[in-house]
Design a protein around this ligand. Structure first.
Ligand code: NOJ
Length: 569
């Protein structure tokens, strides 16, 4: 069990990203400024005052670049322009300047592992002959079998099916195969080609020059494929790779050999190169989406000259369980601390089932990351999920380091778990013939004004690219704003206290003197954060209550099960 030594200490004059709260915006689902049913940059700019009121430090916008939208914008056809669905470059500039006035930084999403198949480079590669410089931007290989009719190896696409697609030559004959770790519309770039490196230096500078505070890096542990493209032993379609579950018994080199397209050592020089580009500017950030386990291995990607921070997926995947939370927090603070990086804390994003729904299930019964929950899956106990989610978020937001919030979690939004197949747009659904329903359930447009129209005020017309579940009318922002005890007010309060007591850059220690077998407690900069995991209430320690998830304080002085409280000692 934890003792009370200080596990995390303030760094004097630390950079903003070491302690900031970053709010993830999924642009197509945040706010629709033009009534077409798809969120856009104007919509984000209009709603910035709400985000300032929430108390976040920065927004990270999922991709808004030119894209055929085969994977909701993670298939980029022009890295230096905005897709008309979302607006134009002027709208981006307006967003940056309006954000700046409110003290909010804007982080953009860089997608380096692959382009869209509609990118001019891929189109040129298709038109060019085998062995040409154009083809060398991507990973083309001859097929196996007598006539090259079999894919070059056995790698699966993360979204289901094969990771290779065979092209047809200009003369109608069958040609080479190209690699796509994701959808066939997302061909992987060849990052061993210097021309690819140079191209991305330009992309980084383009957005940094325009005022981006930095980048969230998509598939930040992808990019390099193991030489010889060896077959894999276990077919696994998660972004962590096949050994993710029993990796503790393996050396890092063994894990890398086992997962020939995730976390290869040759990615590090690429990161270092990018870091140098960022350091031409003042204080910018790279946050890595790198599904690497164990945490010690992930920490190797945030060494001082690499990414600044990485999403802590170990924490995201942790159930609401005292022992497991203790372990993952200890491991995170130790592993990231060893390399001088802040830990991050995150519970939801656009690729996982929302935590208000995850916590409604026994952890072991949840589908694999990316598979989603559909109408045929056991339906969640919504009240339980919400209760645990509130407790878990309030517990998380007191921790030192960088914290991430996914749009809508501040409203307690659940996953849309009954979305019909006809609406499903995640390529996973089509590529698996509906066997894996995919990630649309966490991407449903936000409810702003309850019953204002069909989309609860997401758009002025009621249009919405995905329908909301009927429950969203109950979660709309207007019903929660200023309402004591609402999830939104709990978030606002803990974010305010987090800032006031500088918890992001605090001094953290466990507080065994306030714990019994059913509670978990830590002290950060003099603030006690205590959560109760038991079926019974516990006495709240003396002190000023700064924030609590417990709305019903009928039994004064007692904290009910699955509630969190912040106390100024
Ligand atoms: C990770 C992104 O978060 C996800 O949404 C996307 O589908 C894949 N990378 C491919 O870009």
């Amino acid at each position: 069990m934890a003792n009370n030594e200080i596990l995390y200490q303030t760094i004097a004059n630390a950079q903003w990203w070491r302690s900031s709260v970053i709010y993830q915006i999924y642009p197509r689902s945040f706010a629709d400024g033009n009534g077409d049913g798809i969120g856009d940059l104007k919509g984000i700019t209009e709603k910035l005052p709400y985000l300032a009121d929430l108390g976040i430090d920065a927004i990270w916008c999922s991709p808004f670049f030119k894209s055929p939208q085969k994977d909701a914008g993670y298939d980029v056809s022009d890295y230096k322009d905005i897709d008309p669905l979302f607006g134009n470059l002027q709208d981006f500039d307006d967003l940056v300047s309006a954000s700046k006035k409110l003290g909010i930084k804007v982080i953009v999403d860089l997608v380096p592992n692959h382009t869209s198949d509609q990118h001019e480079l891929f189109q040129a590669a298709l038109a060019a002959p085998e062995g040409s410089a154009e083809r060398a931007m991507y990973i083309f290989r001859d097929g196996k079998g007598k006539n090259g009719e079999l894919p070059p190896n056995n790698w699966p696409s993360v979204f289901g099916g094969n990771a290779w697609t065979r092209i047809t030559n200009a003369d109608g004959t069958a040609g080479q195969w190209y690699l796509h770790i994701f959808d066939s519309s997302q061909p992987d770039l060849d990052w061993t080609n210097p021309a690819v490196l140079e191209m991305f230096d330009g992309v980084l500078r383009f957005w940094l020059d325009r005022g981006a505070a930095g980048f969230r890096i998509d598939v930040a542990h992808g990019m390099i494929k193991r030489a010889g493209l060896p077959d894999i032993e276990v077919i696994d379609t998660t972004m962590g790779g096949a050994t993710a579950k029993d990796e503790k018994d393996l050396t890092f080199a063994e894990i890398e050999a086992f997962n020939p397209y995730w976390g290869q050592p040759e990615v590090h020089p690429i990161i270092r190169r990018w870091r140098k580009v960022l350091e031409e500017y003042d204080d910018r950030l790279m946050a890595a989406e790198a599904w690497l386990g164990p945490l010690d291995r992930m920490a190797n990607w945030v060494r001082p000259d690499e990414y600044h921070q990485a999403f802590n997926f170990g924490y995201l995947d942790c159930p609401w369980d005292k022992a497991e939370l203790t372990a993952v927090i200890n491991e995170s603070l130790r592993a990231f601390g060893n390399v001088g990086a802040p830990s991050t804390w995150v519970l939801s994003n656009h690729d996982v089932v929302r935590h208000a729904t995850r916590f409604a299930y026994e952890h072991a019964t949840l589908p694999a990351q990316g598979d989603g929950i559909g109408p045929d899956f056991a339906q969640p106990d919504e009240a339980k999920g919400l209760r645990l989610a509130r407790a878990a978020s309030a517990f998380m937001l007191g921790l030192p380091g960088g914290a991430y919030i996914y749009q809508g979690e501040e409203l307690g939004l659940p996953e849309h778990t009954t979305l019909g197949g006809a609406y499903r747009q995640d390529p996973t659904y089509a590529r698996t013939q509906g066997k894996r329903v995919g990630r649309d359930g966490c991407r449903v447009p936000l409810p702003w004004v309850s019953k204002a129209n069909e989309s609860n005020g997401f758009s002025s017309t009621g249009e919405s690219w995905l329908p909301q579940p009927s429950s969203f009318a109950r979660y709309a922002r207007d019903l929660q704003d200023g309402v004591a005890g609402s999830t939104l007010e709990v978030y606002k309060r803990v974010l305010k206290m987090r800032k006031q007591f500088n918890l992001g850059a605090g001094n953290f220690r466990w507080a065994p003197e306030f714990m019994d077998e059913t509670t978990l407690a830590y002290i950060n900069n003099g603030v006690l954060v205590l959560a109760n995991f038991a079926g019974k209430s516990v006495v709240i320690p003396a002190g000023e209550i700064l924030a609590t998830t417990q709305t019903d304080l009928t039994i004064e002085g007692e904290l009910e099960h699955d509630q969190t409280v912040w106390i100024k000692l």
